[in-house]
Write a protein that binds this ligand. Structure first.
Ligand code: BF8
Ligand code: SF4
Length: 636
């Protein structure tokens, strides 16, 4: 038998980071590890969520001698308001990203640069929203869909259109519990209003609004972001790629795209493929142009172009420290301001492109939907300037770690149905959606015990990627299928868990499914906005099974989360009836009521809640126990 290529261990990843850290030390520049040490010990009041600076009478802290802020707010109100503000900011980030994509959709035309790549999905969305499609130009339809989508942000009446995609039972719960979101911006604005000085001080009400503003993200902004991105740039399909810093090339112009909004990176990828620029790169002594991604921009570009992934959140400084990057071009979200100072030690050009994300030390070249018609030309100019920078690379400073792993990516919902349905031949001819019955049968029979959505970031409070990888391996060994997104899926990529042969370290059941269907045991579903895809997947499974989402042996897990966006996500996943397992504590520990509300208090509202445990080994055992409990309740 052919010997299996080794997986990359966490120790090997840490050795690469340590070597790059030495380079930083030689250059006298700090990295997140140094800054973390400088921040320790973290402020206990902040960590527990009981420091309030919402008004200028404060800051107020809850202490044994002062249990109320000057206005009389107690620990529960203070922690609850902070928590809701996090959810609102996260929802704003995802949704504003979606709004930008909607504006790009509104700018599409047949002559480009932005065109429609998935007309079927556009027409399906138009029909869902009652928009006329017969005998109409595809771009007219696109512009109307974009406009109706944009109205979802600020419409004065009613609730969000996408809620109708939920199961009937969920829709009833959302209405009855008052967590069905109205316009997206309204929920964000209401959340800020409620937490403004002198408003809501009741923690239960704040948690309920957190669910609602989270829903405005998952069943609003993120869902629209995903759908419109598919319409614009194509619904992802299965592709082979590679991941980890070893994808940077010694003899090519390396350009890293980093952030979240693919309308920018798509143009860079296209420009880098042009013959004119490839020839230009060769004329400058490079063998080619190598585009690699970081964070969710990587996820977007890999799913549609197979662009290789340099890494996830805590790898961004490492990427620059290789000394081999001619340009790092960023759009929005999860970008360390530290990059602005770090780039000064290298020849790397650090380019910011969005008015949302301006960073000292960067060169600002604006890319927005307002100027969509020039996007491709601008991208070409950027790629050209990266090529011009190639000759400035100081080869004595270059260290590219060797590690990289093969990966199979690109499993949006439709692709999963196709793969599963095709194999077992149970396709229901008159159901154009295809059927989840094979997946359901596999779960019912116990071949698969269940599924886990592995999502979220890295967080220096825990070993980078360790929790992700340990938890995934244990789930795989226990016949639990994994769908991944965001930085979690890149942790899996770096370890090698997106390889087809990763089935060899799975339990017999999951291994059999992977072999029969031809899938890896971790299905890469995309960026964090694509967690909305997971909500639709769970909804479809519940519908085809004839049970409620709360009954399914399917859960979410974010073991290393850090972003406010993760708080928004966790809220809409819970509101969808799915338990969320967290490895980092939300900053509400100073309030017993808040801790109780987020773990147990949401269960009577929407049938799900958080389970929190900082130990990844204990966390995964509680996931497995949770899945088995759901199976038992279903009698399977
Ligand atoms: O949206 S997983 S660190 S990159 S927030 Fe950021 Fe977290 Fe990564 Fe993508 Ni998601
Ligand atoms: Fe203090 Fe109340 Fe002002 Fe917060 S809102 S800073 S608790 S006075």
């Amino acid at each position: 038998m052919k010997e299996m290529k080794p997986f990359t261990t966490i120790e090997e990843m840490e050795a690469d980071t340590a070597r790059l850290k030495e380079i930083a030390c030689e250059l006298c520049i700090d990295t997140y590890e140094d800054r973390k040490k400088q921040q320790e010990p973290h402020c206990k009041f902040g960590e527990d969520g009981i420091c309030c600076r919402i008004c200028s009478m404060g800051p107020c802290r809850v202490t044994p001698k002062g249990q109320y802020g000057i206005c009389g707010a107690d620990a529960h109100a203070i922690a609850g308001r902070h928590y809701l503000r996090m959810a609102a900011a996260g929802s704003a980030a995802h949704s504003d990203h979606a709004r930008e994509i909607a504006h790009v959709l509104h700018k599409t035309n047949a002559n480009g640069p932005y065109t429609i790549k998935d007309p079927d999905k556009l027409i399906a969305n138009a029909k869902e929203w009652g928009i006329e499609t017969e005998d109409r130009d595809i771009y007219d339809i696109a512009h109307e869909v974009a406009e109706v989508g944009l109205m979802e942000f600020g419409k004065p009446f009613g609730t969000l259109r996408y809620l109708e995609r939920g199961t009937e039972e969920r829709q009833k719960v959302w209405d009855a519990e008052g967590i069905a979101p109205r316009a997206i911006d309204r929920e964000i604005s209401t959340s800020l209003h409620m937490t403004n000085m002198g408003n809501t001080a009741d923690a239960e009400v704040l948690v309920r609004q957190s669910l609602r503003v989270g829903m405005a993200d998952g069943w609003g902004g993120s869902m629209m972001g995903t759908d419109f991105t598919d319409i614009l740039f194509g619904t992802p399909t299965v592709r082979s790629t590679e991941g980890n810093l070893g994808v940077l090339e010694e003899n090519q112009v390396n350009i890293i795209v980093h952030g979240h909004d693919p309308s920018f990176s798509e143009m860079i990828v296209l420009a880098a493929e042009s013959k004119e620029l490839l020839d230009y790169a060769k004329s400058k002594g490079a063998q080619g142009i190598n585009i690699a991604g970081l964070c969710c921009t990587a996820n977007e570009a890999t799913m549609r172009h197979g662009v290789r992934m340099a890494g996830n959140f805590l790898q961004q400084e490492n990427a620059l420290l290789t000394g081999a990057v001619e340009m790092m071009a960023v759009d929005v979200q999860c970008i360390f301001p530290a990059l602005g100072r770090l780039q000064e030690c290298f020849h790397t050009k650090f380019i910011t492109t969005s008015p949302i994300c301006r960073i000292p030390g960067s060169e600002y070249i604006e890319f927005t939907a307002d100027d969509a018609e020039h996007a491709y030309e601008k991208a070409k100019a950027l790629v050209k300037s990266a090529i011009d920078n190639y000759e400035n690379r100081d080869r004595s400073k270059v260290f590219i770690p060797e590690h990289r792993q093969d990966a199979t990516v690109g499993y949006p919902t439709v692709q999963i149905i196709k793969e599963l349905d095709g194999v077992t031949n149970s396709h229901i001819i008159d159901d154009p959606r295809g059927s989840y019955k094979p997946a359901i049968e596999a779960i019912k029979s116990g071949v698969l015990r269940g599924a886990v959505a592995m999502v979220g970031c890295n967080n220096p409070k825990v070993r980078a990627d360790y929790s992700h990888i340990e938890i995934m391996k244990e789930l795989m060994a226990n016949d639990i299928l994994i769908v991944g997104s965001g930085c979690a899926s890149q942790a899996a990529t770096k370890a090698g868990l997106l390889r087809m042969d990763a089935k060899e370290i799975c339990g017999d059941g999951l291994k059999r499914v992977c072999t029969l269907v031809g899938i890896p045991p971790v299905l890469h579903m995309g960026a964090c906005v694509d967690i909305s895809r997971m909500m639709l997947l769970v909804t479809s499974i519940a519908k085809d099974w004839g049970v409620e989402t709360t009954q399914l042996p399917i859960v979410g897990c974010a073991p290393e989360w850090m972003s406010e966006k993760a708080v928004a996500i966790a809220n809409y996943v819970v509101a969808t009836g799915i338990d969320v397992y967290l490895g980092i504590e939300p900053q509400v520990k100073g309030s017993t009521q808040m801790m109780e509300l987020i773990t147990e208090g949401t269960r009577p509202i929407c049938g799900a809640g958080y389970v929190i445990n900082k130990d990844p080994h204990e966390l995964v055992q509680s996931i497995i126990a949770g899945i088995e409990k759901k199976r038992e309740a279903l009698g399977i």
